[in-house]
Design a protein around this ligand. Structure first.
Ligand SMILES: [Zn+2]
Ligand SMILES: [Zn+2]
Length: 259
């Protein structure tokens, strides 16, 4: 009896889900099949890299008032994405500003909730949508000599801790702001492309044993030092220009539909 009841509940849930999606299809006037935006980081790597399901990308870049990324950094990001992703229909960015959030430091749970409230672009038809938030405060887990500059926290969602990035760049004995922004933005995007070994399979043994989802090649864009590191080492890591993906990371992306 209990089993029948459970089954009935499941049927009701499935029926109401169907009702929701067909309402949506009618609204759009097309037979759309939306890709969920709440999957794990790396789960949509192939959809991002190849053009088999989506031929275009739209990036919804939302920054808190006063924390706008440099245009040159966004241009660098676009050229990085065009080098790696098969998107014949193009990759574009829509920018939007939101007021100060007054949340204090951010937990990833708070970032997820904020996204659920403000995200307006979703992956339907031939267009994959990516959400990027530029925050007005730091990650709650930062401690004196270890700070987090960005996090890829869902299949098409990224957060850049813009206040922290600005504090650690552009000053005396600091790398330029554009260099740091570019490296962090590209690093986080590469995580949703499935690097390293999170949705894009390894073609060679280069995953960092102590920092999972990162590359063990010194100087590679996917080295863990780029995302969480001691600010005192900043010049060593970023002082000599913007890190690039090494050959092993690129081979992984190519084997999963990328360029
Ligand atoms: Zn990382
Ligand atoms: Zn690498």
């Amino acid at each position: 009896m209990r089993k029948i009841f459970q089954l009935l509940c499941l049927l009701i849930i499935i029926t109401s889900l169907n009702a929701c999606s067909s309402d949506k299809d009618q609204d759009n006037g097309v037979n759309s099949d939306e890709l969920s935006y709440t999957l794990n980081t790396g789960a949509s790597a192939n959809e991002l890299l190849s053009d088999s399901r989506f031929s275009k990308i739209i990036i919804e870049a939302i920054y808190v008032d006063g924390f706008k990324p440099e245009q040159a950094s966004l241009n660098n990001l676009l050229s990085f994405l065009n080098d790696r992703l098969h998107k014949p229909g193009g990759i574009s960015i829509i920018e939007r500003e939101i007021p100060a959030q007054a949340l204090g430091t951010y937990s990833i749970t708070e970032v997820r909730q904020l996204e659920d409230n403000i995200r307006t672009q979703f992956s339907v038809d031939d267009t994959l949508a990516i959400f990027v938030l530029f925050t007005d405060d730091s990650n709650e887990n930062d401690s004196g000599n270890s700070v987090i500059l960005g996090t890829a926290y869902r299949n098409t969602s990224l957060v850049m801790f813009q206040k922290t990035i600005e504090e650690l760049s552009g000053g005396l004995n600091q790398p330029s702001r554009v260099n740091v922004e570019t490296a962090v933005y590209e690093h986080e995007f590469a995580h949703i492309m499935g690097l390293v070994n999170i949705g894009t399979a390894l073609q060679s043994d280069h995953e960092d044993d102590t920092n999972s989802a990162h590359c063990n090649v010194d100087g590679c864009l996917m080295n863990a030092q780029l995302e969480t590191f001691n600010p005192l080492n900043m010049m060593n890591i970023m002082g000599s220009g913007i890190a690039q993906l090494d050959a092993q990371c690129i081979a992984d992306l190519q084997a999963n539909g990328g360029k």
